[in-house]
Design a protein around this ligand. Structure first.
Ligand SMILES: [Mn+2]
Length: 320
């Protein structure tokens, strides 16, 4: 078997050149430019969102499809979905090591992570372990490192002590995420006191989206915490200091559309300024434009006002 070759690029044109040279693109989505697809059509973002996730298809249908020519072009972060897809396509572990309980969970977590408690199942702990690995950068080295971790995980599994550590780190992440809350706003744009035990609140999605006085939550956190933040409000504005980036999200398409109309947050991006964009459920500030926490706060207020202007008399607490 020839050696595994990964090319990481931030450029659409480079991904096209590599694809044309015989590399298989895996999740090569470039926002507004669209997706670079190879013969196996391995993407499920944007215009390709009608397709199933890449790890799911690679493990279930395409095992070893690139084993004799394992050259891949990638972009973005070495997440579990892309990495597991590469492992399966290149046949880096025996087929029986790719268990449906695991790759189906990787797929579910990739597509809709909110409301999924990783500590409730063995495969969940395994995925949490992978996600807890550090230095999985957006580089070729980052991908190679992540692939190494995935291969180890699939070959050896986790012992009891490692599973205990996974629990400890995951509970710590949740605590840290809730510690990053800056402000919770109601429909009148007033900052509200936080509930005493946010971790025990139900997720504010579907019917529960309108359940509380809080509508928009502003956070500044060093960890990913949307699964916790959506317990306080159905709209979350997250400021990431290290990246100087603001992200706004809703827990799912249904909730986003109930709040902002058909298309969800797609209706809101133009109001947030030039270059803002994303999907119906999540998106962010323009690439290459540094945000300050005050910008994120302003974004939260725009979202509150948008919600207030859309609120029907039935759902508005201020209505007579
Ligand atoms: Mn994916």
């Amino acid at each position: 078997m020839s050696a595994l070759e990964i090319v990481h690029t931030h450029e659409y044109d480079e991904a096209v050149r590599r694809r044309d040279a015989g590399f298989e693109p895996v999740e090569c989505a470039f926002g507004q430019y669209g997706s670079v697809l190879g013969p196996l059509c391995l993407d499920h973002h944007g215009t390709e969102s009608h397709r199933e996730g890449v790890a799911l298809r690679a493990c279930r249908d395409l095992y070893g499809a690139r084993a004799s020519d394992p050259r891949f072009v990638v972009t973005g972060t070495p997440d579990a979905d892309a990495v597991l897809a590469i492992v399966a396509l290149a046949g880096l572990v025996p087929r029986e090591r790719l268990r449906p309980e695991f790759y189906e969970l990787v797929d579910r977590h990739d597509v809709d992570p909110i409301g999924l408690d990783m500590l409730e199942s063995g495969p969940g702990e395994e995925l949490a372990w992978f996600n807890q690995r550090s230095e999985l950068f957006q580089t070729e080295a980052g991908f190679h490192k992540a692939i190494g971790h995935m291969v180890d995980l699939l070959r050896r599994g986790l012992d009891d002590e490692t599973r205990r550590q996974v629990h400890k780190m995951e509970l710590n992440r949740r605590k840290k995420a809730l510690g990053g809350i800056v402000a919770l706003y109601d429909l009148q744009d007033r900052a509200l006191p936080l509930p005493a035990d946010p971790a025990s609140q139900p997720l504010r999605r579907g019917a529960a989206a309108h359940a509380g006085p809080g509508v928009v939550l502003l956070v500044k956190s060093t960890v990913w915490g949307f699964d916790q933040w959506y317990r306080l409000a159905p709209v979350v504005v997250s400021y990431a200091e290290r990246m100087a980036k603001t992200t706004a999200g809703c827990p799912d398409v249904e909730t986003a559309e109930a709040l902002f109309g058909r298309g969800g947050l797609m209706n809101v991006w133009p109001a947030l300024g030039r270059g803002w964009g994303g999907r119906a459920t999540i998106g962010g500030s323009p690439r290459g434009v540094r945000q300050r926490v005050s910008d994120a706060e302003a974004t939260a207020h725009v979202l509150v006002r948008t919600l207030a202007s859309r609120a029907s008399p039935r759902s508005s607490p201020s209505a007579p």
